[in-house]
Write a protein that binds this ligand. Structure first.
Ligand SMILES: [Mg+2]
Length: 257
């Protein structure tokens, strides 16, 4: 665990500040596993999250590229603010947001094109997330990956105003609305912070991939940003892995009392 990060968090919380913790899910709260369906929250992590969610000094948000209903079902804790589809949709603890410029019909059109194309690519899977749609290709033979990229290109050409987010063996098609995890995290920090009524809260954001880098950049100077794992990062702090992140969260729960 990085001693600088802990010292700073404990110092700020000791003076009575509130906490807004915004956490990514995959690779931050659960280790990366071969199938995204197998990314289950460990009971010990759930216990820590329960403590954070139950504290009247804290607001806990989980912000993921997964569909809102999916991330909510995986965490399954009340009093948590959930953000799905990279923050295009946010719900929980009295907050609700749905990006107003998302044209649902375009996502449906993208799904249709993807589904038709995926039929010819064994192992591919299309996942409809409401405000986004994903093409999973983990089970597609390496020799057929070219067809996956061609299909992605075709969708972007056919459906206007879509952006592509490249994840771990998945392509996420999202509306091009200038709203990333960065804007979503700022929205959550502001709204959730207000409900704490304790002055300026300590905001922590932790994540492990490129979409979280957007949030680290957007939160510069406003939050303690934590990169989980290696790779280049603009985050202020780094923890080695999911276990180290768990340890930080446990210390936070203790510091909140
Ligand atoms: Mg992640």
């Amino acid at each position: 665990m990085p001693p600088r990060l802990l010292a700073r968090l404990e110092r700020e919380l000791a003076r009575g500040a509130g906490l807004v913790a915004i956490l990514d899910y995959d690779g931050t709260l659960t280790p990366i596993v071969p199938s995204p369906r197998a990314a289950v929250l460990a009971p010990s992590v759930r216990t820590t999250l329960l403590r954070l969610a139950a504290s009247d000094r804290a607001r806990l948000a989980i912000l993921s590229g997964r569909a809102l209903a999916d991330v909510r079902a995986r965490v399954a804790i009340d009093n948590v603010i959930y953000g799905g589809c990279h923050g295009l949709e946010i719900q929980g603890r009295g907050l609700a947001f749905r990006h107003p410029r998302v044209r649902a019909a375009r996502i449906v059109a993208a799904r249709r094109t993807l589904a038709a194309g995926a039929e010819a690519i064994p192992g591919s899977r299309v996942e409809f997330k409401g405000l986004a749609v994903s093409l999973h290709y983990r089970r597609v033979a390496l020799s057929r990956r070219r067809a996956v990229r061609d299909l992605a290109t075709r969708v972007l050409r056919r459906v206007p105003d879509l952006a592509l987010i490249s994840g771990r063996e998945v392509f996420d098609f999202v509306p091009r609305v200038r709203w990333s995890k960065g804007e979503a995290a700022r929205w959550i920090a502001r709204r959730a912070g207000r409900t704490l009524r304790r002055g300026r809260p300590v905001v922590v954001y932790a994540g492990d991939d490129a979409t979280d880098e957007a949030a680290f950049a957007a939160l510069k100077g406003r939050a303690l940003t934590v990169r989980v794992g290696d790779g280049p990062s603009v985050a202020e702090y780094r923890v080695r892995d999911v276990r180290a992140m768990q340890a930080v969260l446990r210390r936070l729960a203790v510091a909140l009392g």
